[in-house]
Design a protein around this ligand. Structure first.
Ligand SMILES: [Zn+2]
Length: 218
């Protein structure tokens, strides 16, 4: 990523929505997301910097941010809405494991949710035990997290249960997912299995992971 262009960064800092960042900045995330490193090559010298991070991006459905669908309070044209979201390129979204659409929340739902929400400590415990489970499985390998397992090893040593890859194969046949995306869905299904305490991802975990990756969780 070229940080020398300060205009991009300053322009982006004042607005938090991902599509407000310039395309260069957004696409500059692709390589570190894939390799866990920032590689800078200048005049025959290559420097590598560690860059493992969790990327969380937020985007409104349209530039005015006032409505989920064009209507009350939103004057954005369909073209403006398409252009806005198109700044998040396919190759970048390929590398985002889970895309979740939040619908507008009504007041009653907000109030009722409060009684159902788990405390953060409970969620943190669940995440910690999922990570322990992954670390135990990966003991003796160079990796500690599912996200670090190379694609070739996902097929050789860390394949999901027999038949569980059917949802991914179907999506690949339909051209909905790339080979890179398929690897990410398999890693995500391992994490779902670890969260659920399952020994190996089955078709339910793979199907749900695929839905998260495609932005249509069932
Ligand atoms: Zn709008």
């Amino acid at each position: 990523m070229d940080f020398s262009n300060r205009g991009h960064m300053e322009g982006a800092r004042s607005r938090a929505e991902a599509p407000e960042f310039s395309r260069d900045v957004l696409d500059g995330l692709r390589q570190p997301l894939e390799s866990g490193e920032v590689v800078i090559a200048r005049a025959g010298v290559t420097a590598r910097f560690p860059a493992r991070f969790t990327l969380i991006m937020a985007a409104n459905p349209c530039p005015c941010a006032s409505a989920r669908t064009a209507g009350a309070g939103c004057d954005c044209t369909p073209l403006a809405r398409r252009r806005y979201l198109a700044r998040l390129s396919g190759p970048l979204l390929d590398r985002v494991d889970a895309k979740i659409e939040f619908l507008p929340v009504r007041r009653a739902e907000l109030l009722s949710d409060r009684t159902l929400t788990e405390p953060s400590a409970v969620v943190a415990d669940r995440v910690a035990s999922a990570r322990r489970r992954a670390a135990a499985r990966l003991a003796g390998t160079p990796w500690r997290l599912n996200a670090e397992i190379p694609g070739s090893e996902l097929r050789r040593r860390f394949a999901p249960a027999k038949g569980a890859l059917r949802p991914i194969e179907r999506a690949m046949d339909l051209g909905q997912i790339s080979a890179r995306g398929a690897d990410r869905v398999i890693r995500l299904s391992w994490t779902l299995a670890d969260l659920a305490g399952s020994a190996v991802p089955g078709i339910a975990e793979v199907g749900y992971a695929l839905g998260l990756w495609m932005g249509t969780p069932q």
